[in-house]
Design a protein around this ligand. Structure first.
Ligand code: ME8
Length: 518
């Protein structure tokens, strides 16, 4: 039996509404999950929310709410954005759910029994926004090395997880499994970090200082450190220790998608936690870059938020997905600007893809009453038709290389070629002479086939648009799976009726966008 591919996103903090950065990770993860299902594999996508910790407790208090009421109010913002963005997740886990809390307690108890957890007095510096402890040496100019904010001096009894015991093992593992951390630049970053001696990880917080966390199973005075709790979601969601069959059908995860900001937690803490539990490691952690605005990371704390909902309302869901996937190569940072967004929309979506559909469908209507002419055997040799079949291999290869941008480039190259094919063959001239009727039929049949193949490979990336095109071509491709053999033959039956429908990407009105390039 083939294993179900198991894909995850980070669990987002619910201290504020989701922004473009969170949307980015989920669009990438959704595209890959859709892609695997599209190629006939079983896949499960998990997302969710991270609901404990000081940040959340603090903001709930400011709003005069108890933390649970506050998080309950915030979660729907995430779920409704994922719906708006066509994120087809299969499970959504909240760290306040019992199914999660039970497993966190089990993991801690097991690790204590194994001797990988000990109690000690912690003396050092603490950064509240990052929820991180730092030694004197790690501080940068007396500030938190991660966020450059002020730190507090602390001395308290806590529980520690023996990270250091597994350091050499982890280094050897990363060397032996080059696919474990992607892209390579991030693997090197972690190997560089591991050259320094690892400190054991403080995995509890005194309840007196932080009330809002999962109860520490063997102490009434402590709650679990929010990162230790959150990482466990990847196994609690699939029933670790409770549903052995389900668990083994999914674990190890195939891909954890994360932003580069949380790489250390996913490629140092998490693998060591799994190793200590004698569980296999996820196959790959794929770290993407940051969206920036005016040179700074888009973030809740900086307040330079880009609202996905507004962009989707203005430009449509697929324009948003397209921009995120096409504007930067996965792994690199990208500067967000609405000017750039509008440029992409106009050139690629309105002028290339939208126009291609409109021209093809209008000419089919005008010259053949919307009925697909028979594709002659000689026409299947046409380079445009052949290139549209070739998209299968190009898209599969790009996705194997974690490069959805490259996949879209290949697809849009065929879109461009199809538009050129129209210019070169001038169907409107052929239509004037009855002697060219067959030639006209072949031009439009090749064109319609190219559009049909393009629409099918676009399904994982732009599900809404691709689904619409496929329906207008009289097909039901959404949710279907394909293989290489599907890309060796025509998709459209002779005589089926095509529906032109509404313009896919309407021309944008002139306007002054709110943001300018960084
Ligand atoms: O870190 N550009 O949650 P979080 C691109 N709860 N991606 C961005 C981004 C940006 N400007 N800003 C955020 C947490 N992200 C923890 C995770 S996992 C067990 C616990 C994305 O709400 C990116 O995926 O701060 C990043 O890793 C994640 O949001 C951080 O979300």
């Amino acid at each position: 039996m083939t294993k179900t591919k198991y894909l995850t996103t980070p669990l987002y903090y619910v201290n504020a509404k989701p922004h473009i950065g969170h949307a980015y990770t989920n669009v990438i993860a959704d595209t890959f999950a859709r892609f695997y299902k599209f190629t006939g594999e079983k896949a499960l996508l998990l997302t969710g929310t991270d609901e404990h910790g000081t940040k959340i407790e603090k903001i709930a208090r400011e709003k005069n709410l108890n933390p649970k009421d506050f998080v309950d109010q915030m979660v729907p913002h995430f779920k409704s954005l994922w719906k708006l963005l066509d994120i087809c997740y299969d499970d959504f886990i909240r760290t306040t759910e019992d199914r999660h809390k039970r497993i966190v307690a089990k993991v801690l108890t097991d690790l204590e029994t194994k001797g990988d957890i000990y109690k000690a007095t912690y003396e050092g510096w603490y950064c509240t926004p990052c929820e991180s402890f730092w030694t004197e040496l790690q501080l940068e100019e007396g500030k938190c090395p991660d966020c450059s904010r002020d730190v507090q001096r602390l001395s308290e009894d806590n529980y520690f997880f023996r990270l250091s015991k597994y350091q050499e093992w982890l280094i050897a593992y990363i060397h032996a499994h080059p696919e474990f951390i992607c892209p390579e630049i991030r693997r090197n970053e972690i190997l560089g970090f591991l050259k320094e001696q690892l400190e054991d990880l403080c995995i509890s917080r005194p309840r007196a200082r932080l009330g809002w966390g999962i109860d520490y199973p063997t102490s009434n005075e402590h709650v679990v450190y929010v990162w230790f709790d959150a990482l466990i979601n990847y196994i609690s969601a699939i029933g670790y220790g409770e549903k052995p069959e389900y668990f083994t059908s999914l674990w190890p995860a195939d891909i954890h998608f994360v932003g580069k900001d949380i790489l250390r937690q996913h490629t140092v803490y998490w693998p060591i936690m799994l190793r200590a539990l004698d569980l296999p490691l996820p196959k790959t952690v794929v770290a993407h870059g940051w969206w920036t605005m005016q040179g700074a990371k888009v973030s809740k704390s900086l307040g330079n938020i880009v609202e996905p909902t507004e962009l989707v309302q203005k430009y449509g869901v697929d324009a948003f997905r397209y921009f995120l996937l096409k504007e930067v190569t996965l792994g690199y940072d990208g500067a967000f600007s609405e000017i750039l967004f509008r440029e992409r929309y106009t050139t690629d979506l309105a002028n290339d893809l939208g126009n291609l559909w409109f021209r093809m469908a209008s000419m089919m209507d005008k010259y053949f009453q919307g009925e697909m002419p028979a594709l002659a055997s000689a026409s299947v040799l046409h380079p445009l038709y052949q290139n549209s079949l070739g998209l299968w291999d190009l898209v599969c290869e790009a996705m194997k290389q974690w490069d959805p941008r490259q996949a879209l480039s290949a697809i849009f190259a065929v879109v461009k070629q199809a538009n050129q094919f129209v210019e070169e063959n001038k169907p409107w001239v052929l239509a004037k002479s009855p002697a060219s009727r067959d030639e006209l039929a072949q031009v439009l049949a090749v064109l319609a086939e190219a559009v049909a193949h393009v629409a099918v490979v676009l399904l994982p990336f732009l599900p809404d648009t691709a689904g619409k095109i496929s329906e207008r071509l009289g097909r039901q491709d959404a949710g279907a799976s394909f293989d290489k053999a599907s890309f060796t033959k025509p998709f459209l039956q002779t005589g089926i009726k095509l529906t032109r429908g509404e313009i896919l990407f309407p021309k944008l009105e002139e306007e002054k966008p709110q943001s300018s390039p960084a």
